[in-house]
Design a protein around this ligand. Structure first.
Ligand code: ATP
Ligand code: LTN
Length: 328
């Protein structure tokens, strides 16, 4: 039986990159095993957050999981801070992690670059992520391409732990799609689309109205040619639009390339806007249907209880292995 775990930070409004790279996989995988989908609010605290905004966003991400098709009867949905074992295992794993390996993390390097003061939490962030995953005896972690390095670190930490203390932790596998694992920024297709990037024109939010995303698609950076071809190296802008189109419309890229042969970029962009209007429109409608906050809190409460039971058992195994005293 597969055990699936993944998380999304409530650090901004979810983008179509988050949807295509991660959440779409969450929905597919919930039918293939025992899935835990977490809103990693403790991770969001690694950079400054407005407290009221953070509270609002944390619930909103959970509501978006539901709107995108995560079914609380199949998967466990919860907030990271509701299961204290995450923070606790995070500490224990810090004591088997090396500063040398954290120094190599590219997300840390990117997020701390040019800042005069960086919180310790941003540095130890990947160890907390390892704790998230390892607490659930996870076998598969569906994520976008940018998280590969963090999962490799998680595997290294778990293998080291098992080498020192015995066979305690399950070694997880990243589940990264071959296609769509890295949706690029619309205004700069050399960079990944990110919910916390400064430029608004770089991303499309899942909850964004068509009048806002239409402009962003029409202005999306392409190239000086006028040939629609899938070539991420030489034509990153057009290839990114083709990827987004293909994944939302569920049509292979090759078919799109055939369909648009000899046509201009403008036609492709206009049609993509229509596809997004349809697909995001449906998610947005479902989002409103799940707006009952009391019901949402019930789902999160139930989720936390279920998650805690699994997490507590793993944490006890870890504590016993490390030599911490527990009363019988
Ligand atoms: P931030 O900008 O705050 O770092 P983010 O947009 O990168 O956020 P995360 O919360 O870090 O999003 O990621 C949630 C999930 O979405 C992760 O599995 C991540 O790999 C995936 N993801 C994020 N951006 C993209 C993208 N552009 N393409 C594909 N997957 C993505
Ligand atoms: N680091 C991830 C979010 C994250 C996560 C996790 C993903 C935190 N804990 C556990 C998968 C599994 C990110 O920035 N996208």
């Amino acid at each position: 039986m597969k055990r699936i775990f993944s998380g999304v930070q409530p650090s901004g409004n979810l983008t179509i990159g988050n949807y295509l790279g991660a959440i779409k996989q969450f929905v597919e995988l919930q039918n293939e095993g025992d899935a835990f989908y977490c809103v990693v609010d403790l991770h969001a605290l690694t950079v400054p957050q407005d407290p009221d905004e953070l509270r609002k966003r944390s619930r909103e991400i959970a509501q978006l999981y539901l709107a995108c098709g995560v079914d609380p009867d199949k998967a466990t949905i919860f907030l990271q801070s509701h299961v204290k074992e995450h923070a606790e295992l995070g500490w224990l794993l810090q004591c088997v992690s090396y500063t040398g390996e954290l120094n190599r993390m590219t997300q840390y390097k990117d997020k701390s670059e040019g800042k005069s003061a960086v919180h310790v939490g941003l540095y130890t962030y990947p160890v907390l992520m390892a704790a998230d995953i390892l607490l659930y005896d996870t076998t598969h972690v569906p994520v976008g391409d940018d998280q590969k390095q963090h999962i490799e670190l998680t595997r290294d930490i778990a293998e080291r732990f098992n080498g020192r203390y015995g066979d305690v932790l399950v070694i997880p596998e990243p589940q990264i799609q071959e296609f769509g694992a890295r949706i690029m920024a619309l205004d700069d297709p050399e960079k990944k689309m990110s919910k916390s990037a400064e430029s608004e024109g770089s991303r499309i939010g899942i909850l964004e109205p068509p009048e806002r995303f239409r402009k962003k698609i029409m202005r999306a950076v392409t190239d000086a040619e006028n040939e629609i071809r899938f070539d991420p190296e030489k034509k990153p802008g057009i290839s990114n639009l083709l990827t987004i189109y293909s994944m939302f419309a569920d049509v292979p890229v090759e078919s799109l390339v055939e369909r648009y042969a000899g046509q201009g970029y403008g036609t492709l962009k206009k049609d993509l806007v229509e596809v997004l209007e349809d697909k995001l429109g449906k998610i947005q409608q479902r989002f409103v249907q799940f707006d009952d906050q009391a019901e949402l809190d019930n789902i999160l409460r139930r989720g936390a209880e279920k998650a805690r039971a699994v997490a507590e058992a793993t944490l006890n195994r870890v504590k016993d292995a490390m030599g911490l005293v527990r009363f019988g």
